[in-house]
Design a protein around this ligand. Structure first.
Ligand SMILES: C[S@@+](CC[C@H](N)C(=O)[O-])C[C@H]1O[C@@H](n2cnc3c(N)ncnc32)[C@H](O)[C@@H]1O
Ligand code: SF4
Ligand code: SF4
Length: 449
């Protein structure tokens, strides 16, 4: 070791306590995504070497592992900005590989709905006029999507409003995708539906199962909770009708999948709600998902840090019972295992099934194309017909993680952010709840995995 050098604990090191363990801690390097079990004496060394300019002394033998693991580094090697640089490099490489293709299409078949959920972000965007997608628009949209995919595998999610209100469009879209696959225009396709479940008749369930659709049913809890927000337009609760739809789906051979929305109405009870679904509802869910909260002017209506602890508890509970969990942050163990940055800067985590090398696009019932899968009907996120889609995607997704606060954040390579939508909506101010959620989720995953 060069004795003239100054040495310091890397600015990217985070030392975490392990619950109920006094003899070990976790040292996490948020730049490399490597985590190490360390002893309390090593944690004290990391604390001592944490000087902004480093220490002139060479680390002794007791710090050999910490130097080898790059937890203690030469001060000259500890310049700020490395986290953003790594994330940007990964993004650029992925963009080059994806060459600017959209591979996930969220298709809003109608902005109309047979229900009137109190919190629905989508219905709030269409308070008066609620367009339905025409057959011509559906056909031209699917044809465009297939053409630009250039032989890749694609994924189409039918959305709304209530997508099952437009059954003919689902059938036609399926035909077009199957024809495109036969003609070799795409190498395969996956279709999914997010539904309120109330219109899932046995005949439809059978047709969808035979064509390998994935279907998730939105519920917020047992009837007394679900029916506070998820109501028909006349105010009547929807639980029983939606549960009947899910039972029809399962009877046809479909997998029981429930998608919940955390809101101020149910956030405190989420763990109990999940337990009820698993143990008492009789719906026997095999998949339980939780929607990412939508940004409001102050952050998330549900808070962030506390929500992470709730989501983590739910995740552990369902996995212990062999049930698959989908929820915000659930991708983190995979990234940590591969030491691979999460480069998709999307509010709901992974926007494309293929990872970060292809983009998602949202097409509304009246044909607006939005680069954000959530927010639309807003010029800031839409691509106009004159704009080249590829360039628009590049501009949206290459938005660089240049916010200074992110550099030494524990979640800098894990949160996927800052989210482009939030940067636009809030002039680059970070969403404190999203950050609180991602940071706490990273800590929980690191000390438990
Ligand atoms: C907009 S709906 C459209 C599909 C279908 N009608 C349904 O309810 O599943 C899709 C999902 O968004 C969720 N959602 C609606 N408003 C939300 C909000 N403000 N925050 C988070 N998720 C929301 C719904 O609960 C549902 O799971
Ligand atoms: S059923 Fe879906 S689209 Fe309809 S109001 Fe509820 S959340 Fe919104
Ligand atoms: S959690 Fe927040 S502060 Fe941390 S990297 Fe993500 S956007 Fe930046």
């Amino acid at each position: 070791m060069d004795l003239m050098m100054r040495w310091k604990t890397s600015r990217y090191v985070h030392v975490l306590d392990v619950p109920e363990a006094t003899d070990r801690k976790v040292a996490f390097n948020s730049l490399t995504l490597q985590a190490f079990d360390i002893e309390p004496a090593e944690a004290r060394l990391l604390e001592r070497f944490k000087q902004p300019d480093g220490l002139p002394e060479a680390p002794g033998d007791e710090a050999r592992d910490l130097v080898a693991s790059r937890l203690i580094v030469a001060a000259d090697d500890d310049a700020p900005g490395q986290a953003a640089a790594r994330l940007n490099a990964v993004r650029q490489a992925e963009f080059r590989r994806g060459a600017g293709r959209y591979r996930t299409l969220r298709l809003s078949l109608t902005e109309r709905c047979n229900m009137a959920c109190g919190y629905c972000f989508q219905q709030k965007l269409y308070p008066d006029q609620q367009p339905r997608m025409s057959m011509e628009l559906l056909e031209s949209t699917v044809e465009w999507f297939v053409d630009q995919a250039e032989g890749q595998e694609v994924s189409v999610q039918y959305f709304g409003g209530e997508p099952l209100m437009e059954w003919n469009l689902i059938v036609r879209s399926h035909e077009l995708l199957a024809e495109a696959e036969t003609a070799g225009k795409i190498s395969g396709f996956h279709q999914s539906i997010t539904t309120n479940g109330t219109l899932m008749k046995p005949s439809r369930a059978k047709w969808l199962v035979e064509r390998d659709f994935g279907v998730t049913f939105s519920f917020d809890g047992p009837p007394e909770i679900n029916d506070q927000q998820r109501t028909f337009k006349n105010g009547r609760g929807t639980y029983e009708k939606a549960a009947e739809g899910l039972r029809n789906w399962v009877a046809a051979g479909g997998e029981s999948g429930i998608l919940m929305t955390a809101s101020s109405f149910n956030v405190g009870k989420l763990k109990e709600i999940v337990r009820w679904f698993v143990e008492e509802s009789g719906l026997e869910p095999q998949i339980i998902g939780l929607n990412s909260p939508q940004p409001i002017s102050t952050g998330w209506e549900t808070g962030g840090e506390e929500l992470a602890r709730t989501v983590f508890d739910i995740w552990q509970y369902v996995e212990a019972r062999g049930i698959t969990f989908h929820g915000p942050g659930a991708y983190m163990p995979g990234n940590l295992q591969l030491e691979k940055p999460h480069s998709d800067n999307c509010v709901s985590g992974r926007p494309s099934q293929s990872g970060g090398d292809a983009w998602p696009v949202y097409v509304s019932a009246d044909g607006r194309r939005s680069l954000c899968l959530v927010h639309h009907r807003d010029a800031r996120v839409e691509v106009t017909p004159e704009q080249p889609m590829k360039q628009a995607g590049l501009n949206w997704h290459k938005s660089h993680a240049t916010i200074k606060d992110c550099d030494s954040c524990i979640a800098s390579q894990l949160c996927g952010g800052p989210c482009t939508l939030e940067r636009i909506l809030w002039n680059d101010r970070l969403n404190p709840d999203r950050c609180g959620f991602m940071q706490e989720m990273a800590r929980l995953v690191l000390v438990h995995d």
